[in-house]
Design a binder for this molecule. Structure first.
Ligand SMILES: Cc1ncc(COP(=O)(O)O)c(C=O)c1O
Length: 373
């Protein structure tokens, strides 16, 4: 089975698996306990906190661990806005039409309690432009939330410039970096980011663990998402998941080198060459500034449903993002780009695994050819 859905989730790296096994065996004490083993757990967790902070130019005190990017996005928007951090009149949020669905769900909730939301449309290349953000900011704008890399297209938003606009307008800037972290350089100061969300399973770490960066966290008045016994700066209670955090740490340390090696395979270029050689009509959604492992491919002459059905034991392929693939409606990202329902229906999101081989891509192209008129 060829797994082509790493944008939804990577299989864990062998190094991560080993770390998890070791930690389940040995680092089992509650990190809040004051005995020796408890302190060892707390120290190990804080090392990963430092590792993540160092990798993005932040302080360890500005990082909290969460269950993943969905929870991080919830804390980013709800805890800040509902935590008496901002003046009462600041009730406007700017986000985009191509965010992950969890941002829409959070914004729906905030809209119901009196916030006004502006959803920016991407340009024809799937990018949220600085002009769009600049034009949408008003006196009431509290926060701008624009993802770093889109999960269906792999496109990279100009978040450094967007962050600068926010900074100049005294507006908080949040970016969902679930898809970019470990694949692109991130420095929260260079990018003018105030809040950033991360997820371990997008860098071949364990599922169920992520993190949130909040600039000057300890000086902020934030509403907890889970009221508990004070863990993670009182923002999300519950015993801290030591094994998952240590597995995340190993992914932080090892994934970038694996990804650099993967890039040398030039998998996407090979796929495009093979499509051309086989005269298969296609259109690539999103511009040229796209991550190496991801491609959104519209195949107008191919029966994509047939392709997926006939090859369900050969390839794991996604139409749109994982969260929406069981829904009948067309991908919100593709419709925001202006694709018709018909074209959206014959679009594949292919995201390559780290160890893909060119011969496997040839096999995929042969299967596509078979399903093409
Ligand atoms: C951009 C983006 N944000 C958020 C999420 C949700 O992440 P998690 O599964 O860690 O909650 C995903 C993953 O599907 C994503 O791609």
């Amino acid at each position: 089975m060829l797994y082509l859905d790493t944008a939804a989730s990577y299989p864990i790296l062998p190094e991560v698996r080993q770390q998890l096994m070791n930690t389940f065996e040995s680092t089992y004490a509650n990190s809040a306990s004051s005995h020796k083993l408890g302190e060892e757990s707390a120290t190990a967790i804080n090392k990963v906190r430092e590792l993540l902070a160092d990798s993005i130019g932040a302080y360890a005190s500005e990082i909290i661990f969460t269950s993943g990017a969905t929870e991080s996005n919830n804390i980013a928007l709800k805890s800040l806005l509902l935590g008496k951090e901002l003046p009462e009149n600041k009730k406007h949020i700017i986000t985009s039409q191509i965010e992950h669905k969890c941002i829409f769900a959070i914004c729906d909730y905030l809209e119901n309690i009196g916030y006004e939301i502006t959803y920016l449309r991407p340009n024809e290349h799937g990018i949220i432009t600085t002009t769009a953000v600049n034009d949408a900011i008003t006196e009431q704008t509290a926060l701008v939330s624009i993802m770093h890399v889109n999960n269906e297209l792999g496109t990279i938003n100009p978040i450094g410039e967007i962050g600068e606009i926010c900074f100049n307008n005294n507006v908080l800037f949040h970016s969902d970096a679930a898809q970019s972290y470990g694949k692109l350089e991130i420095d929260v100061d260079d990018l003018n980011v105030d809040i950033m969300s991360f997820s371990a399973h997008k860098i071949a770490g364990p599922k169920g663990i992520g993190a949130l960066y909040i600039r000057d966290l300890r000086k902020k008045h934030l509403l907890p998402v889970i009221h508990g016994a004070g863990q993670e700066e009182g923002l999300r209670g519950g015993t801290v998941a030591t094994p998952l955090i240590l597995g995340f740490g190993t992914a932080i340390e090892t994934f970038p080198a694996h990804y650099d090696n993967f890039k040398k395979i030039m998998a996407k270029q090979h796929l495009i060459t093979m499509l051309d050689q086989n005269s298969i009509p296609y259109q690539i959604n999103g511009g040229t500034d796209v991550l190496a492992h991801c491609i959104s491919l519209t195949l107008p002459s191919t029966d994509v449903s047939l392709l997926i059905r006939d090859n369900e034991n050969e390839f794991c392929l996604a139409q749109g993002s994982a969260c929406s693939s069981k829904e009948i409606e067309a991908s919100h990202v593709l419709t925001a780009l202006g694709l018709t329902r018909e074209l959206a229906d014959c679009t594949l999101r292919i995201s390559f695994p780290l160890d893909i081989e060119l011969l496997q891509i040839n096999k995929l192209v042969q299967a596509i050819k078979k399903a093409t008129k």
